[in-house]
Design a protein around this ligand. Sequence first.
Ligand code: MN
Length: 269
Amino acid sequence: MSQEKPLILIANDDSIYSKGIRVLVEIMSEIGEVVVVAPDTHQSGMGHAITLGSPLRVSKTSDFGSNILSYKCSGTPADCVHIALTGLLDYKPDLVVSGINNGANMGDDTIYSGTVGAAMEAYLMGIPAIAFSQVERGWTYIEDAAEKAKQLVTTLMQDSKINDAPWLVNVNIPNRPLSQMGEVKLTRLGRRHPAQSYITQESPRGETMYWIGAAGPALDDADGTDFHATATGHVSITPLHVDLTDHANLGYWAQTAARLNVPTGAGAP
Ligand code: MN
């Protein structure tokens, strides 16, 4: 297959019908050969979940016109990328782009985010991936966010990062006109306060129904975090990895683990 244009797989978590993926597909097709595999229902908050207990439905759609190959999938965002990379596509994409999400994915959000989950699945499968989110919900200046996404992808390709070792970056774009967007800042993930309380409603049959509450406000939004960068109008880019090991405390745990091998009743009369 020709490598003149990069092969870009696009997924998201807001569903194939969301405005964010529409503008992303449109603008990425200006710089790459695009294929879309995206959920057929809203999948925000699905994180990196994959579906093991039931089959998935995948069908071609014409939602992006006849020039763009696209599929909708009944699974999670990670399912979409997994299915794409384990047989649906007969080639390996150069890049997987996820989004543009309706709302920020910063700090702890990245654990829950299906937008990040889709990109992370690509990364685990050896393909560079970018997750794009717009900071405020509601799609104001979404065309400008898409233009910024195009600039970032174009620059990364010029850096020969595409086709290099897999990498994963999380990008949050403020809702501003392109001309008023601050520069791109390399950031670390901030932290959020615990989520707000759940909300209850009564169902028509008298049951109490629970809504998970809103995300907490920023706890660590110091200079250098994604929260700080976007709050000051900048585009935040955070490189991510997937190793959950607590490397800083391996020494402490080594002592504890050693004790786990001492029989507790040894030597007792
Ligand atoms: Mn979402």
